[in-house]
Design a protein around this ligand. Structure first.
Ligand code: GDP
Length: 427
């Protein structure tokens, strides 16, 4: 049985916590896209961790953690991350890395920085982890696959060829120091030693696991609105954030994905630039940011303060639809307990007309939120285990949103911990 855990919105919906929780019943957890540009925050018996590359199942002894071919693999970051958890007494996890994954090169990170500098105020708000230059090279067919590290001849020849074209850009577009092919080759030989113990034919491993009826979790990064095709292009990430891409980025048949858990946060937050219709500002935003998540809404990778907003039914309905949602996990609901009234965005007004369909970027820029105000519940709901025990106004909020987005909310997260979850039977 293959399940996917993905985000409906701009990311930071709490996927890490939901994956960590579902990983208890899983055998294998797979990262299938993205790289070290975003992070998951996980709170468990070992403490609080921010993971960037490792799948959120690494804290269980019974699971195998897989880096699929769709991931932007930053080898030193991965190795450091393994060390950072084992240094804190987490047992060394079982990790497999696809021989078809491609490698984030040191120059990808530099190009990311140089391009942001060059664009100045028109930049995309990149985390400068090299993700956009990495995926550009992958699709331009000048990337390096893990398997290529093991072919010395090919590697030498390719390093020289790639340096030639990169150095033209470095010299003439960015006016920065050039790459020395010998140095780059030595770095890649180091990378080979670091990654060798983990390299595996992942799709064949997963194929066998599916036959053996193992439970596999596909862990998405970011959310629908950051998808390069269906998101708020160009303020998107460079690999698909959709569950469907899980099949490609892990190397399994699409029809094997039986459950798609789409994570929606009870309010909105976003990082980076781009239209954010239900955004709030000033003291109202500061308070939600301060109280949000587990210790405030600040980026797990960058520490940047996140932009804040009310729950957006238009964006979330669209986000859930594109993911192919079977279950919604509704997270961070406990945070809203301080509000007397809670606005919810139920429509977008574009050119004088109200729509509930999420528009393309050019129209999105003109959209104004249509808000409906729901009553707050003014209590702390942490520790509640049963749906019926939630305050009536809290259930009203959940059921209102469920109706608006049109997908069943089967899990409600009311705290950052593994056990802070309320299951709701919707059959
Ligand atoms: P991800 O990238 O989707 O995993 O999202 P983040 O790592 O940004 O997670 C959001 C933050 O919310 C993290 O600090 C989590 O520990 C925290 N979190 C997750 N679920 C809940 C919840 O139900 N309540 C509270 N208060 N915090 C939560």
């Amino acid at each position: 049985m293959v399940k996917a855990v993905v985000g409906a919105n701009w990311g930071d919906e709490g996927k890490g916590k939901i994956t960590d929780m579902l990983a208890k019943e899983a055998d294998i957890i797979v990262r299938f896209q993205g790289g070290a540009n975003a992070g998951h925050t996980i709170v468990n018996d070992y403490g609080k961790f921010a993971l960037h590359t490792l799948p959120s199942g690494v804290f269980y002894k019974h699971t195998t953690s897989v880096i699929g071919n769709g991931v932007a693999l930053n080898i030193p970051v991965l190795i450091d991350e393994m060390k950072s958890i084992t240094d804190r007494d987490v047992p060394m996890p079982k990790i497999l890395v696809s021989d078809r994954a491609q490698i984030v090169m040191p120059y990808h990170i530099l190009f990311d920085q140089y391009e942001e500098e060059r664009l100045g105020g028109k930049s995309f708000g990149s985390t400068k982890s090299g993700i956009a230059p990495f995926y550009s090279d992958k699709y331009a067919k000048t990337g390096f696959q893990v398997s290529e590290l093991f072919d010395e001849e090919l590697l030498k020849e390719k390093v020289v060829r790639v340096c030639e074209s990169k150095n033209v850009l470095l010299e003439h577009l960015y006016h920065k120091p050039l790459i020395d092919p010998d140095e780059l080759l030595a770095t890649l030989q180091e990378y080979k030693k670091m990654i060798e113990p983990f390299v595996c034919d992942v799709s064949s491993f997963l194929g066998r696991a599916i036959k053996e009826k193992k439970t596999i979790l596909l862990e998405g990064q970011l959310g629908t609105l950051k998808d390069p095709d269906h998101g708020i292009y160009p303020m998107v990430t460079s690999s698909s954030t959709l569950a469907a891409y899980g099949a490609i980025g892990a190397g399994i048949p699409p029809y094997e994905i039986k459950q798609i858990v789409t994570v929606c946060k009870a309010y909105s937050s976003a990082v980076g630039a781009g239209a954010f219709v239900s955004e709030i500002f000033g003291e109202e935003a500061d308070e939600l940011r301060r109280r949000g998540g587990d210790g405030g809404e600040f980026g797990a990778t960058t520490g940047r303060p996140r932009r804040m907003g009310w729950f957006d039914c238009v964006a979330s309905k669209y986000g859930c639809r594109l993911q192919g949602t079977t279950d919604v996990a509704f997270t961070v609901l406990d945070v809203l307990g301080y509000l007397d009234e809670i606005p919810v965005c139920v429509g977008y007004e574009v050119d004088g007309e109200v729509t509930t369909e999420f528009p393309v970027t050019a129209k999105l820029k003109k959209a104004k939120p249509v808000l409906e105000i729901l009553p707050g519940w003014k209590t702390d709901i942490r520790g509640i285990k049963k749906y019926e025990d939630l305050p009536a106004n809290c259930r009203k909020y959940i059921e209102f949103i469920e109706e608006e987005i049109g997908y069943p909310i089967t899990m409600i997260s009311n705290g950052p911990g593994r056990n802070d979850i309320i299951y709701r039977d919707r059959d």
